[in-house]
Design a protein around this ligand. Structure first.
Ligand SMILES: NC(=O)c1ccc[n+]([C@@H]2O[C@H](COP(=O)([O-])OP(=O)(O)OC[C@H]3O[C@@H](n4cnc5c(N)ncnc54)[C@H](O)[C@@H]3O)[C@@H](O)[C@H]2O)c1
Length: 369
């Protein structure tokens, strides 16, 4: 088992990464001196696959335990679902000595993190991420939230867990589409970390998609190390942490415009392709660099729904993104691998051009793959 530490002034915590490590959870709760009244928020799909396994591990748990199951779709990253969790916590008489454990993908992490941060002014939280996205990204760094009036992650908090446990075995039941979706965030890391990591992801992408455990543990470990290092330097996204939003202003608009037919990770890949075209148009990267980078993004086959979106609508939605400053669309663009330019403004014409170029490029990869 490998351990990465998030080191923050008031809330440091370990991230455990390994195969078949979920059975160690009870021991870790005890050794970390956490509360033992356990309220699990579990993704229904995960519960279907793993309930016997999870229940067996906590069979002898003497203190209180409750399993709250919910359907992890973007529509349920909502006030309604949050209210249901809070109501259940109250109904089952969970107090301030509660340890809320989220078991699921990014939707479960975001929603249950928000629920934990707001119930009785905050109860203890553990994340057990079960998707690639949740392991490499959403379980780390304390961003919690729900969608509000159809805007993504509009209401939320920064709230750090007490520990994160990434058991790679959960990935075994993910669909091929979810693996490709997870690779969207990995590709983001490829661009924003280093040339070495870019090459590693480029080489290992097929092995990751086919769930090769050696490739997965290596890439997950490196990604977690990178994300933790960024969070350590800028917990509340005042500056540096913005690099993690590379491609995301486009991505959130694609998700919304497709009515979530495009998954988050797929939208991130499309968003990165848009950002690459725009970086080229702004003369930040050369034509040769653009061509090379598009070969990497082209390896991920995105759901065909992206070819139906209206670029004008995407632009309109981007305008409402919470990362914008002074009524202008604010973007993260690429200068070189590992070298990002923050808070770049672009005109409507440039943005629509980038969206059209990205769709055309992904369409070509679709036709010839
Ligand atoms: N807080 C952050 O820093 C952060 C970072 C990145 C993404 N996010 C958020 O994360 C969400 C996307 O994450 P995601 O892709 O994990 O989404 P998700 O939680 O919807 O999971 C994707 C699908 O996989 C299923 N699933 C989960 N684990 C499974 C397993 N082990 N086996 C089989 N099926 C399983 C889910 O039921 C769901 O259908 C978005 O809402 C995004 O905004 C948050």
């Amino acid at each position: 088992m490998k351990i990465v530490k998030v080191n923050l002034e008031y809330a440091s915590y370990p991230i455990f990464i390994g195969e078949n490590i979920f059975p160690k959870l009870e021991e870790l709760i005890a050794s970390s001196k956490l509360y033992k009244n356990l309220f699990f928020v579990v993704d229904k799909n995960v519960y279907k696959q793993f309930s016997k396994y999870i229940k067996k591990i906590f069979y002898k748990h003497d203190e209180k335990k409750y399993f709250y199951k919910f359907c992890a779709i973007e529509k349920n990253k909502s006030y309604d679902e949050l209210k249901k969790i809070h109501s259940k916590l109250l109904e089952k008489r969970f107090g301030r000595d509660t340890l809320l454990i989220s078991v699921g993908g990014g939707i479960t992490c975001d929603l249950s993190g928000f629920a934990a941060s707001t119930y009785m002014r905050g109860v203890q939280l553990i994340h057990i991420p079960t998707t690639l996205i949740a392991m490499v990204d959403s379980s780390i760094g304390g961003k919690t939230g729900i969608n509000f009036e159809l805007y993504k992650n509009m209401v939320g908090t920064f709230y750090q867990p007490k520990l994160v446990l990434c058991d790679i075995d959960f990935i075994s039941t993910l669909s091929n589409r979810e693996m490709i979706s997870g690779c969207g965030e990995l590709i983001k890391y490829a661009f924003i970390t280093s040339k070495h990591f870019y090459e590693k992801i480029n080489d290992k992408l097929p092995a990751i998609i086919s769930k090769n455990k050696i490739a997965l543990s290596d890439i997950i470990y490196n990604s977690v190390q990178f994300k933790a290092s960024i969070v350590n330097m800028d917990e509340n996204e005042k500056g540096l942490r913005k690099v993690l939003n590379f491609g995301h202003t486009f991505a959130h608009a694609f998700e919304k415009e497709s009515k979530n037919k495009i998954s988050h990770g797929e939208a991130v890949t499309v968003g990165i392709v848009c950002a690459l075209f725009l970086s080229n148009r702004k003369k930040l990267i050369s034509n040769d660099a653009l061509k090379k980078y598009l070969e990497l993004t082209g390896k991920l086959k995105i759901n065909k729904s992206i070819f139906k979106v209206d670029p004008e609508q995407i632009y309109k939605i981007m305008f409402t993104d919470k990362k914008n400053l002074d009524e202008k669309i604010s973007l993260v663009l690429l200068k070189d691998i590992g070298e990002l330019v923050l808070d770049v403004h672009a005109s409507k014409a440039e943005i629509i051009w980038a969206i059209n170029s990205a769709i055309e490029n992904l369409n070509l990869h679709h036709k010839y793959s």
